[in-house]
Design a protein around this ligand. Structure first.
Ligand SMILES: C[S@@+](CC[C@H](N)C(=O)[O-])C[C@H]1O[C@@H](n2cnc3c(N)ncnc32)[C@H](O)[C@@H]1O
Length: 200
């Protein structure tokens, strides 16, 4: 099921909202040059390509829209990026299909206004390695932004944090993105390393 209000405007209009390179850098999406990444809803690949340039690891870019996945595939080929695996998938219905504990970082961008955000975040938690991280960005909770979901479903940063913590994440920091975009907030969380007694 496609998440509510998750359609996209024209590509040029969407891309103009972001300095995507700046965002993935500020949010430490790639800490090690071989990190593997999962992206929940890649859309036009706005963030997929910038992150793929920073790692030799695989980027699993999921979207329910075949046209968008084909576009991201084409962009990856044109850019000579062999590490992008764009896949048509309904991650709300069937998850990502990635093995548990297999991923270094999850990107959850402009999607947490969907019907069941905690289920998505639980899937992100499942696939992350202990110590792996997750970045979230979303439209500011401000009705004057030029786009963004309806205010009654648009989450505040505190809400995203609470959902992520309910899914097991540990909050790392809010990230000021004002150098990279005008209308979004960002944050970083992590899947905690197991406590010693959990290992026993
Ligand atoms: C608002 S767009 C954001 C795209 C991208 N994250 C960005 O910020 O540029 C949300 C994307 O999620 C995709 N999507 C919505 N529901 C989905 C689902 N159940 N499974 C996979 N993709 C989904 C939409 O097709 C759309 O491309």
């Amino acid at each position: 099921m496609k998440g509510r209000e998750s359609g996209m405007p024209e590509e040029d209009a969407w891309q103009a909202f972001y300095d995507a390179e700046c965002i993935v850098r500020k949010l430490d999406c790639v800490k090690d040059p071989a990190d593997t990444i999962a992206e929940f809803g890649c859309g036009y690949g706005t963030f997929t390509l910038p992150v793929a340039k920073r790692t030799s690891g695989l980027i699993h870019a999921f979207d329910i829209e075949p046209d968008l996945v084909a576009l991201v595939d084409r962009k990856a080929r044109d850019a000579g990026l062999a590490n992008i695996r764009a896949e048509v998938r309904d991650f709300l219905k069937e998850g990502t299909g990635l093995p548990p504990g297999s991923t270094d970082h999850a990107m959850v961008y402009n999607i947490l206004h969907i019907e069941d955000p905690i289920a998505l975040l639980q899937e992100a938690y499942r696939i992350l390695k202990p110590g792996g991280s997750m970045s979230i960005i979303h439209w500011n909770y401000d009705p004057s932004t030029p786009r963004g979901p309806s205010m009654h479903i648009r989450p505040r940063p505190e809400q995203c944090r609470a959902w992520a913590e309910a899914a097991g994440f540990m909050f790392v920091r809010d990230q000021d993105l004002s150098e990279c975009c005008r209308y979004h907030y960002g944050m970083l969380l992590m899947r905690p390393d197991p406590m010693p007694d959990e290992l026993q």
